[in-house]
Design a protein around this ligand. Structure first.
Ligand code: ANZ
Ligand code: ZN
Length: 852
């Protein structure tokens, strides 16, 4: 054995051996319980960063641990390979998106391999390959057949000078990222997936996501955003028109004092005859924070009171939610309140706090997690929960109102509904509206259908052709894949390069054989990632997307690991796809991911590590300098997986020192350890005190490490336990054959426990300790419960420095507990009597001195 721990050599050696023998290859084995461990696959942007490393190492520990526990583990990796950055690189550097992507994949694959992750690379999936994306097209056709893929107009970002559609991330402060022109909105026909059809099921099944972080489940619920309420018709005065509004607060109908319409509401064109007013409406700012509005000149009639309500166009009302129209109740809605203040509109209180039950004051109006980021926040990404604004301090005398009171309460000034509670009133008012044909109950969702059309090159072509006679026709299944042509130049100017390519666009209609033109939109890359975890189960299958038998064996994913930034879209789309695939009966599960772990960020100098902040650390450099095992250990030790990890060079050094110390103990005792019989353990009854202590410590460590992994993957405390064990092993002085056996047992156990965290050095040390083959075939150690029981030690209790009593206590009892034991000791209480205790000093957990 060499004295120096040479991480580079060792890591190369074992990685080579694992790969050559394909030791991570997974296969269905009905005899064994499977475990599917998955990390979110990366976008091949060019380089692995430390956030990736952390993500993959967490998954690797889980995989390796489960393997040692006897599970049949599937642990695959692949590439989310379509997307914008490849096109941006093409535009900036003139390199073809495909070339750029494949170059990055090969580089990043090399980087990932150096971390020593246990991937089955035979299952690698690359979404930009036709073998993969043809199934995107197939799913599209299946959805099209069922009406789940459909077309409608929707707006896109448009740069008038580049004459191109821009992705959201290409719009910087409202300007084109390339030429700084102001970006417009342009209406285009686009393809959508009807995820709203599954809104109810997606919401209901949130209740079954018990293996997910509660925060993520709440974000999913909020994103779906189910609201029960009513639609109510308000007639327009002197007109046949009426305004249909959506409200969740029918109980406040008597307090409505004006109406607000979205500026794009179709009624506005019909109501507003005055060009000047129309112009001002069109010019309303897009920023909903400003609460800007324009009076249309018309009045609506409150269906219950007959009162006249001025109709306004307001910038905070969204066309896409509810009916695009609101009955404004300033006394009970903060946005309406601010609007009314600004434009001098009346405020009428119709709900007062219920004095008989103080609690109702503080009750949020909805039960369950609050839906925040209501439709009024136009940025759906911001919906992360958090309570709705609550106006409990609102004064009840309306002259003094300083804010809206949004709480439920008791109705006043509301005819026959006066005196009812808000919830009773909602019911009764809904009944009344329904009975009189004025409106009725309805459920609304914030969830919108999923727009999947992208006017971009580097994506999956949508398998549709347009025939002059037959309209939009699906490409027949047996003509898939519609190959994305490679011979294009991506310039970023003008329309998508596909539109210019006659070989691609010109085709014949599958129905009538007449002239037809291919769809040139490609799919959102979120389509690719919505089902890749199914593909890993049978990645080479070329006559179908999914092998039902393989999926039946491997799915669900037992442990999914990735960033919380995917809490909504990716995870929701994946759930949606799973349900659709179930409905077209190619699988029979409802949910794809049993357990989800969202790992924290990697922080340096107080900020998230990012290129733009210039605070990145390069994984290649670290692996080179310290070794993959050290980098892995640091990432795992510095914080529990779900918490943010503060980067620290000292911490890396610490991890490195620990591994070197481990190496040194084995080296120091190598001669004794590698000679003599290995297997048999001496009888614990007969060994020396020192040996017994080390033996006990070893069993306790097995128990702690196992429990820490099993309970929420507390790898950091597991590693801390291993460090303690090594400290004891270092301090241990062996003097006979039995001691050596115990030491070997301790070190071998330590090596096995370390294996998931730092697999290369574990392999090497195991070999040095006499192990054959590879550690991958080893079983996870088990502990002997009897040997994990606490040792007792003798506590010496003094008063003013003189021995007064002794007591047996568990080893490792903390100082506070020791103080208490000492002060309650009967001999001591007798001695102290009524004298005052000045000080109680605990020395090394073994001695207490009480000063009186
Ligand atoms: C009257 C009212 C009175 C309202 C009151 C609230 C409080 P959630 O719960 O998020 O579904 N609303 C409806 N459609 C809207 C749109 N397109 N743009 C902006 N706001 C819209 O929110 C439902 C409430 O949001 C509705 O209830 C409506 O205001 C508003 F004391 O109606 B409410
Ligand atoms: Zn046709």
């Amino acid at each position: 054995m060499e004295e120096k721990y040479k991480h580079l050599e060792i890591e190369r050696k074992w990685q080579g051996l694992w790969e050559d023998r394909k030791l991570f290859r997974a296969g269905e084995d009905p005899e064994k319980t499977k475990f599917y461990c998955l990390e979110m696959f990366p976008y091949p942007s060019g380089n692995i960063h430390i956030g990736h490393v952390r993500n993959y190492v967490i998954g690797d520990v889980v995989s390796r641990y489960k393997r040692m526990k006897g599970f049949n583990v599937l642990h695959p990796m692949g590439w989310d390979a379509f997307g914008m950055p490849a096109e941006n690189a093409a535009i900036k550097h003139g390199i073809h998106p495909a070339e750029w992507t494949f170059k990055n994949i090969s580089h990043m694959k090399g980087q990932i391999k150096k971390i020593g992750c246990s991937y089955d690379w035979d299952r690698e999936v690359t979404t930009c390959r036709p073998e993969y994306y043809r199934w995107n097209q197939w799913f599209f056709l299946k959805m099209f057949e069922r009406g789940l893929a459909y077309k409608k107009t929707s707006s896109v970002n448009w740069c008038p000078s580049c004459e191109t559609v821009l992705a959201n991330e290409q719009v910087v402060n409202g300007m084109c990222w390339r030429c700084d022109s102001d970006v417009n909105q342009k209406e285009l026909e686009q393809w959508f997936f009807k995820i709203t059809e599954y809104a109810d099921e997606l919401l209901e099944d949130c209740d079954n996501l018990s293996g997910w972080p509660e925060r993520v489940v709440t974000m999913q619920r909020n994103w779906i955003g189910r609201s029960e309420g009513a639609e109510i018709d308000f007639k327009i005065e002197n007109s046949d028109e009426s305004i249909k509004i959506f409200t969740t607060r029918q109980d406040t109908l008597y307090g409505a004092s004006f109406m607000s319409l979205a500026k794009k509401h179709p009624l506005i064109k019909r109501l507003v005859k005055d060009d000047e007013i129309m112009k001002r409406i069109n010019e309303l700012s897009e920023d909903p924070g400003g609460k800007d509005g324009v009076f249309t000149g018309s009045y609506a009639i409150n269906p219950l009171t007959g009162g006249r309500l001025p109709v306004w166009a307001a910038n905070f009302v969204l066309m896409e939610y509810g009916t695009g129209a609101v009955m404004a109740v300033p006394a009970h809605d903060q946005r309406d309140f601010e609007f009314a203040e600004k434009y001098g509109l009346p405020v009428k209180v119709v709900v007062v706090p219920d004095d008989t039950d103080q609690n109702t004051l503080h009750h949020a109006k909805q039960t369950g997690p609050e839906v925040s980021g209501s439709p009024h926040s136009s940025d759906r990404q911001e919906q992360t929960g958090g309570p709705r604004r609550v106006g409990i301090s609102a004064s009840l005398r309306q002259a003094e109102l300083t804010e809206a009171n949004e709480e439920d309460g008791i109705l006043k000034d509301s005819d026959q509904f006066t005196g009812l509670s808000s919830s009773e009133a909602r019911d009764k008012i809904s009944d009344h509206l329904e009975a009189n044909g004025l409106g009725g109950r309805i459920v609304n969702y914030k969830l919108r259908d999923w727009g999947i059309s992208r006017q971009r090159y580097w994506g999956t072509p949508i398998p549709i052709v347009y025939c002059k006679k037959c309209g939009a026709r699906p490409v027949p299944e047996d003509e898939l894949p519609v190959i994305l042509p490679q011979d294009v130049v991506v310039t970023g100017r003008g329309s998508s390069p596909l539109q210019e390519l006659k070989e691609f666009t010109d085709t014949v209609c599958p129905s009538c054989g007449g002239e037809a033109r291919r769809e040139t939109d490609t799919m959102d890359t979120f389509v690719d990632s919505s089902w890749y975890f199914f593909r890993y189960c049978s990645p080479l299958k070329n006559d179908s997307a999914i092998d039902p038998e393989a999926v039946k064996y491997w799915m669900k994913v037992d442990q999914y690991i990735g960033g919380v930034e995917h809490a909504v879209m990716h995870l929701l789309y994946s759930r949606f796809f799973t349900k659709v695939l179930r409905d077209i009966s190619i699988l029979n599960i409802r949910e794809p991911f049993e357990n989800l772990l969202t790992q924290g960020m990697v922080i340096k100098d107080g900020a998230k590590m990012s290129k733009s902040k210039g605070n990145v650390v390069d994984p290649d450099y670290l692996v080179e300098k310290y070794g993959a095992d050290t980098v892995r250990l640091f990432c795992l030790f510095a914080a529990p997986p779900e918490k943010d990890l503060e980067w620290s060079d000292k911490g890396v050094e610490g991890a490195s020192r620990f591994l070197n110390r481990f190496w040194a103990i084995v080296f120091k005792n190598h001669k004794e350890l590698s000679s003599g019989e290995k297997a048999d353990m001496p009888d614990p009854e007969r060994i020396s005190d020192g040996s017994l202590r080390l033996l006990r410590k070893t069993h306790k460590t097995i128990k702690r490490v196992t429990n820490d992994i099993e309970r929420n993957y507390h790898f950091n405390t597991a590693i801390a336990a291993l460090m303690e064990l090594m400290n004891e092993a270092t301090a241990f002085a062996q003097s006979n054959e039995d001691d050596i056996k115990v030491l070997r047992f301790c070190l071998m156990t330590g090596v096995l426990l370390l294996a998931p965290f730092a697999p290369h050095i574990s392999e090497e040390l195991r070999q040095e300790l006499g192990g054959n083959g590879t550690i991958l075939n080893e079983k996870w150690p088990e502990w002997n419960e009897g040997l994990t029981k606490e040792d007792e030690i003798e506590l010496v209790i003094q008063i003013n420095g003189k021995l007064r009593s002794k007591a047996m206590i568990p080893d490792g009892t903390d100082d506070d507990a020791i103080r208490e034991i000492a002060l309650k000791d009967p001999k001591i209480t007798g001695q102290i009597g009524s004298k005052a205790v000045r000080k109680v000093i605990v020395v090394k957990g073994k001695l207490v001195n009480i000063v009186i």
